[in-house]
Design a protein around this ligand. Structure first.
Ligand SMILES: NC(=O)c1ccc[n+]([C@@H]2O[C@H](COP(=O)([O-])OP(=O)(O)OC[C@H]3O[C@@H](n4cnc5c(N)ncnc54)[C@H](OP(=O)(O)O)[C@@H]3O)[C@@H](O)[C@H]2O)c1
Length: 256
């Protein structure tokens, strides 16, 4: 339920690169199986680094990557997936996601290619990202042979717009919500989180944020952490669950 995002990872060399690899490997050892990357991150450098990090761990990992809208034409989808697979150094990915909706290419054409990738074993599952309810429904309808398993969207205690429509819709349709920027890109609202709640559960503010965001059933989170200490903290975020009353109190406190 708490995996790892990899935006802005893989752009450095030397010690920082080595640390990023170590952080991902530590996360896998601690059971953070879902790793999310994208062809656009660092023009493929994130995928290359993830590939290096998971080389000895492939079977422990649920590997997700994303395709950019400029590649949503049928042939480009197939080519992009093969290029991602090559950079990642794997035989297939577990989840292939459309990064953003496209206004240019009909979703039916893109999803026809996604179904081909499922049929040929290049991806196990198909997902989308940044799709609203209507776009998600169209994506589902354009996949006659496969299931749409996930929608990756921004969600955190300070970023709540999906609660009105998308979150209940995904819950009803059994589509996983993959919460990106679950730590609000590192802007952790420390002063607004009640200290007594942190003390009660022995959690850090980041852990409480991750605990909160994964409380509704369809939500899993992919915090990005380039440091081993952050990964260790995030991996322990849901060792215990906050109570429903505390979940509700926190939700209310951050409503505005
Ligand atoms: N689909 C999309 O359009 C989309 C858009 C944005 C992001 N994403 C995905 O979602 C992932 C996560 O989102 P994000 O990178 O935007 O933001 P995020 O995960 O909310 O925040 C990342 C920041 O939080 C810091 N951090 C991590 N763990 C921490 C901890 N325990 N305590 C304090 N700080 C901590 C990280 O620092 P260090 O790196 O120094 O550890 C980093 O600066 C991305 O990496 C990407 O895979 C997808």
């Amino acid at each position: 339920m708490v995996g790892m995002g990899t935006y802005a990872i893989g752009n450095s060399t030397g010690e920082q690169r080595a640390n990023e690899i170590k952080a991902i490997q530590r996360g896998i050892e601690l059971g953070m199986r879902l790793i999310d990357t994208a062809e656009v991150y660092g023009h493929g450098r994130s995928e290359t680094l993830v590939g290096e990090a998971i080389r000895d761990y492939r079977e422990d990992v649920f590997l997700a990557t994303k395709l950019s809208p400029e590649h949503f034409g049928y042939d480009d989808v197939i080519k992009s997936c093969e290029a991602s697979i090559q950079r990642l150094g794997v035989k297939f990915v577990d989840l292939y996601q459309l990064h953003w909706p496209s206004e240019r290419i009909p979703i039916q054409e893109t999803m026809r290619a996604m179904e081909e990738l499922v049929a040929t074993g290049k991806t196990r599952y198909v997902g989308v990202s940044n799709f609203n309810v209507e776009q998600t429904m169209q994506a589902q309808e354009s996949l006659p042979k496969s299931e749409l398993v996930s929608n990756q969207v921004r969600y955190s205690i300070t970023s709540r717009s999906i609660e009105a429509e998308l979150l209940p819709f995904c819950g009803k349709e059994k589509i996983a919500v993959i919460a990106y920027s679950p730590l609000d890109t590192g802007n952790i609202p420390i002063s607004r989180i009640p200290k007594e709640m942190l003390d009660k559960y022995g959690m850090t503010p980041a852990q409480l944020m991750l605990n909160w965001v994964t409380y509704p059933e369809p939500v899993v989170a992919i915090p990005k952490a380039g440091r081993v200490s952050h990964v260790e903290e995030n991996a322990a975020a849901i060792d215990a669950r906050i109570s429903e009353a505390d979940y509700r109190a926190l939700s209310k406190r951050f409503e505005k």
